[in-house]
Design a protein around this ligand. Sequence first.
Ligand SMILES: CC(=O)SCCNC(=O)CCNC(=O)[C@H](O)C(C)(C)COP(=O)(O)OP(=O)(O)OC[C@H]1O[C@@H](n2cnc3c(N)ncnc32)[C@H](O)[C@@H]1OP(=O)(O)O
Length: 406
Amino acid sequence: MEIRSTTEKDLDLFVDTVHTAFGLVRNAPDEDGGGVLWAAYEMDRGVLAVAPDGRPIGTAGTYSFELTLPGQVVVPAPGVTAVGVLPTHRRQGVLTGMMRKQLTGLRERGEFLSVLLASEATIYGRFGYGPATYTGRLTVQRHRGSFHTPRSPRAAADRPSGSVDVLRRAECGALLEQVYDRYRRTQPGALSRPTHWWARGAGQPPVSRAPRYVAVHRDAAGVPDGYASYALADGTLTVDEIITGDDAVFTALAQFALGHDLVTQVVFKHVPPDHPLRWQLADFRAGEATGTTDWLWVRLLDVPRALTSRGWFADGELVLDVEDPFLGEHGRYLLSVRDGEAECVPTDAEADLSLDIRDLGAVYLGGTLPSTLVRAGHVAAHSPDAATRADALFRAERAPHCLHWF
Ligand SMILES: CC(=O)SCCNC(=O)CCNC(=O)[C@H](O)C(C)(C)COP(=O)(O)OP(=O)(O)OC[C@H]1O[C@@H](n2cnc3c(N)ncnc32)[C@H](O)[C@@H]1OP(=O)(O)O
């Protein structure tokens, strides 16, 4: 088997192989909607596995995204996608070979992390990825969905004095992209959505051109500062996403969704598990959280660079002993944080925590507590307070969340 990089010339072969691996029938490029997603593939960043007889048997791609780290630090983040091996060639190490080629290639390009969405949670841990953001569905019974008056006078005063307009998805032009771009720079765990994705409609609503209504929130000066994309069918109003960096604007858009007549329930498809919305309802049980699941997985490729790149919210020191079995590496690092900035240097000092690179990926964005992984038996804490100190150190300004689908 040969594993090689792809070029533009491989697009057809690559797309055919991905479709066969996923058991999908490929749309013709000129069919309505067909070809939109694969037109966004970056063929200079793909990997193709080829059998000795010359037939392609496996694929893996990479998009060029940006990821927002804790502290609103925006960094390049290769987004791994289109991973597939033909059903006839599985469990023979094809994916393992492609992952090795891809991860070493990313390192050579100077990347210090990569991200993906996993089709199955059992696949990527062995390659050093850990689940770093979580998402879930919140279903609110509309007739029980009234909001409590905020008990904090400050929150009451912060209520936005803006307005909501309803547009059709097709009328939104660049508005959604602009609002999304402002939001994702403030939200740890968020990914960029490249302009050509919006232009092509590559992705899930509202990036796609699927018919949708969009409630656009504007501030008192008329500047759009949030939107909710939604569809209504059979008495259920389904909100694809609410995008805003402002909690009060989120509340206004959620209230707008819950204010619809002829609707029995509102499904918020994609909210972080700790979202305040449930706490805002007068009846906590009017909202039912279901489908909580991992979303963005993170793989660190350069531990010191990764740790010194993110923002930090507590001072402290930790010695981390990190095993990377897939790349056959081991390092022990002293992480010292002062005033939001970290230093991370090799050390021989005794470790506070011993952990696998996948577990460091899981805690990196602040969405998984180190102590959870200690209690799960995956991370070893070598002193009584090591896990508590690690929890305090790795915390982000808010739970990381990623809404992008790729
Ligand atoms: C980011 C994305 O694109 S996610 C999409 C992933 N793709 C899919 O789900 C499409 C359908 N599935 C496939 O194409 C293939 O089954 C793949 C890509 C998941 C795995 O490819 P393979 O070539 O079979 O993997 P490979 O042989 O290298 O397996 C390596 C190890 O992972 C294990 N493994 C591979 N896939 C799975 C799985 N789905 N569930 C559990 N374990 C798995 C293997 O058992 C093997 O374990 P071992 O080292 O202990 O023997």
